[in-house]
Ligand binder design. Structure first.
Ligand code: ARG
Length: 464
């Protein structure tokens, strides 16, 4: 197939090189965005008197027809074309003759591809943000049910202090909320039109960039025509937000994989979001969680590839930039797929409340509360810490829990006697439920605070 830039005759491209350069299999995904931008461009050309108004109308109508046919499946993007932009111009020319040939006045494929792609990235930011919000909603649904479900919180993967399952899920939500913010920000910056930048220097024709931007629904026009065709920041910002999001999803999934192990036994996986083993009939494997973890690496790689693609390109457009779309579509599909699977995974978790509660009975998670109890009685914290540590050691030696102490155990440190503490009142103070309930700081695990955060997030989700 001859190219837009070929005039016939001796300019034959080697078939292997032609195949190598072709991007149509990838960028055909932008066909509807390109139709939208092309319609705006045609309207503007007519309004500006660059082409006759009736030709502009014919172009707009034919593009609408092409869209319908593509949607209906009666027309397909021709994979012999160099790219989707060439396909559309060829198609218009085939149908409208000279009128079709007039559409490319005042534009270049450089601003054309930048505009269609930016339009796509802007909607991708919005769509992925919506899916992140769905993931938050899924976590909140589970959190709602488990505001009082006690479990160990960990640091260094060692049982540390009692928290609740709802509090743990809200930790995930806090990260996801930032992710949603990053996609929202990226969408704002992606909201500017490169159209009318031409190859790099605009056009000598009276092209009206503000008009096409307005018709397409871009908030602004990009401020420099060279930047407009060279810039792929919108894709990079999406990729950076996606990489951060995948790092989060990956660690949430790591939590889930641990919880689902026989060693923890904190959750059972529903058949909706786990798989069996082909050889071991007893197994339920957390494959979706593992694959989300695995896909994170792919997304990090795509971000690196986009950065590397851009870094060595002199201003303005270079063909290197064609790689943006394959990388971006892979990112987008991977992230959206991971978010979809994550929602199902979270919603189908079956927490084993008794196992989680039982995990609080070993590991002396109330040791900090012993020290804090002494602090409340006027003991300096470091002294209280020492006293608490000795009491824990005594319990370890006696193979019993902190809530089983007797008055005699207080002989490990004078602070207990001096503060006039009774074993019974301390034991009561150390009930995990009480430990959690008094952690009333903003963002803390106390049910009251957790409920506040759930309500705040629900109100935010309801805003749209
Ligand atoms: N398929 C190309 C891309 O995606 C379109 C731009 C081609 N422009 C050019 N000057 N060769 O980047």
């Amino acid at each position: 197939m001859s190219k837009l830039w070929q005039t016939g005759g001796a300019e034959e491209l080697d078939p292997m090189v032609e195949k190598f350069l072709s991007s149509v299999e990838v960028d055909s995904r932008l066909v509807f965005e390109d139709i939208e931008c092309s319609q705006a461009h045609a309207i503007m050309l007519g309004e500006q008197g660059i082409i006759p108004r009736q030709d502009a109308s014919a172009l707009v109508d034919e593009l609408a027809r092409i869209r319908k046919e593509l949607e209906a499946g009666s027309l397909r993007v021709d994979l012999a074309a160099e790219d989707v932009h060439s396909f559309l111009e060829d198609e218009l020319t085939r149908r409208l003759g000279d009128v079709g040939k007039s559409i490319h006045a005042g534009r270049s494929r450089n601003d054309q591809v930048a505009a269609a792609f930016k339009l796509h990235v802007r909607s991708a930011c919005r769509r992925t943000r919506g899916l992140v919000r769905n993931a938050i909603a899924a976590c909140l649904d589970v959190a709602d049910e488990h505001i009082g479900t006690l479990m160990p919180g960990y640091t260094h993967l060692q049982r540390a202090q009692p928290v609740t399952l709802a509090h743990h899920l809200l930790a995930w939500c806090a990260a996801l909320e930032r992710d949603a913010g990053r996609f929202a920000d990226a969408a704002i910056r992606a909201d500017e039109s490169p159209l009318g930048a031409g190859a790099l220097a605009g056009s000598g024709l009276s092209v009206d960039r503000e008009r096409t931007a307005g018709l397409i629904g871009f908030a602004r026009v990009s401020t420099n025509t060279m930047d407009a065709v060279a810039d792929r920041d919108a894709a990079i910002e999406y990729a950076a937000a996606a990489a951060t999001l995948m790092a989060h999803l990956s660690r949430f999934c790591e939590d889930i994989v641990l919880w689902a192990s026989s060693e923890y036994g904190f959750v059972k996986l529903s058949p909706r979001a786990s798989t069996g083993s082909s050889i071991m009939p007893q197994k339920r494997n957390p494959d979706p969680a593992e694959l989300i973890r695995g896909k994170a690496g792919r997304v990090f790689g795509d971000l690196q590839a986009l950065l590397a693609m851009e870094k060595g390109t002199p201003y303005a457009y270079n063909r290197d930039l064609q790689e943006d779309k394959a990388l971006f579509f892979e990112l987008e599909d991977t992230v959206n797929g991971a978010l979809g699977a994550f929602c199902v995974l979270v919603k189908s978790l079956e927490p084993d409340i008794a196992r989680m509660r039982a995990a609080l009975d070993a590991g002396y998670l109330e040791a900090t509360d012993v020290a804090e109890f002494l602090v409340k009685r006027g003991v300096p914290f470091r002294t209280a810490y020492q006293a608490s540590k000795l009491l824990v050691q005594r319990c370890i030696d006696a193979k019993k829990g902190l809530r089983e102490i007797t008055q005699a155990d207080f002989s490990v440190h004078e602070a207990f006697e001096k503060a006039g503490i009774s074993a019974a009142e301390l034991a009561q103070y150390l009930e995990p439920q009480a430990c959690v309930a008094r952690r009333m700081q903003t963002g803390g695990p106390a049910p009251l605070r957790v409920r506040e955060q759930i309500e705040r997030l629900r109100a935010w989700l309801a805003l749209e």
